[in-house]
Structure formats: C-alpha cells, structure tokens
Design a protein around this ligand. Structure first.
Ligand SMILES: CC(C)(COP(=O)(O)OP(=O)(O)OC[C@H]1O[C@@H](n2cnc3c(N)ncnc32)[C@H](O)[C@@H]1OP(=O)(O)O)[C@@H](O)C(=O)NCCC(=O)NCCS
Length: 140
C-alpha cells in the first residue's frame, strides 16, 4: 500500500508499507517511547495477544506507525494507541493505519468501532470517518 500524499518528500514517503498482526513488543516499545515519552507499564505482548487486529507501518524494517483494535468478542471493537513517529506525520500514514483497522474490524465481525481522543485529534478522526459522540472515561 502506498501511503504518500502526491508530491511530498521526506523520509521515504513512498517506501512505507503496512503489515497486519505482525508488530512485536520490542519495536513497539521503541515507537511508544518516542510518541508518548515513556514506557507502558505492562507488557505489550499481552496487549498484542488479545488484539482483534493490529497494523504496523514500516519504513523498510523500521516500525514508524501503529494502531490496535481491541474487541469485546461481540459487536464492539475499540481503536487504541494510534501512533505515528513524529518525523512521519501529516503524510497520510495515520489515516492509512486507521482505514486498515476499520476494514479489519469489519471483516472480523465487529459492528461498531469506538474511539476516544483529545480535542486536538477531532479533525484527524473526523477525516478517518468517525462521527462524533459523547463518551466517558475514568482513570483507574
Ligand atoms: C494522531 C496521529 C496518529 C496522526 O497521524 P498522521 O500520520 O500525522 O495523520 P495523517 O497524516 O494521516 O492525517 C490525516 C488528516 O488528519 C488531520 N490531522 C492529523 N493530525 C492532525 C493534527 N495534529 N491536528 C489537526 N488535524 C490533524 C488532517 O486533516 C490530516 O490531513 P492533512 O495533513 O492533509 O491536513 C499522530 O499525530 C500521532 O501519533 N499523535 C501522537 C499520539 C496520539 O496522541 N495519538 C492519538 C491517540 S487517540
């Protein structure tokens, strides 16, 4: 899948490829550190093992983007941890990841895909086809 917006240059804009259910913990930890400035507190291998689907974006062999779809095992799936390396943003990679996650969730039986996000990402998720809804969240 080609990800580049027409005419863009930058780090290997045309060389990005996408892999389904292939991301492994060490490379995801590296990306996580850069995107969220810290390490997750629990093993990512547990997260990946329970995933309905996950997608990685690679520049050659380097993981530069990720998205995960969690499931309740029934009709509902939830988009989590959408991340693109700062050097690769605003060239359509995040939207490509989400587009593939939507198709995978649909193909694997979910009827609803949920996401929550900070206000600054409303336009990104709107661009990806999510319609706004009210949601709630508690930090446990
Ligand atoms: C959110 C994120 C994944 C977007 O990745 P990306 O590859 O830069 O997104 P895209 O290039 O596919 O963006 C597609 C469109 O979404 C919108 N968009 C993306 N990022 C945006 C931003 N920061 N502010 C406003 N609109 C944005 C734009 O309309 C963009 O199209 P344009 O570049 O032609 O204007 C990336 O910014 C990121 O990793 N952020 C940090 C991690 C995070 O907080 N993730 C959200 C978890 S809910």
């Amino acid at each position: 899948v080609s990800s580049a917006h027409e005419g863009q240059t930058g780090p290997a804009a045309n060389a990005i490829h996408y892999e389904v259910d292939a991301v492994v913990e060490p490379e995801l930890r590296q990306l996580w550190e850069v995107v969220w400035n810290g390490q997750p507190r629990r093993p990512l291998a547990d997260v990946l093992a329970r995933s309905l689907a996950h997608v990685g974006a690679y520049d050659e062999t380097r993981l530069i983007g990720f998205v995960n779809v969690a499931s309740d095992g029934g009709e509902h799936a939830f988009l989590l941890d959408t991340a693109v390396h700062p050097d690769y943003r605003r060239r359509g990679i995040g939207a490509n990841l989400v587009r593939q996650a939507i198709e995978l969730a649909r193909a694997r039986g979910a009827l609803w895909l949920h996401v929550d996000f900070e206000a600054q990402y409303a336009s990104f998720y709107g661009h990806c086809g999510f319609r706004p809804t009210e949601a709630g969240l508690i930090a446990l």
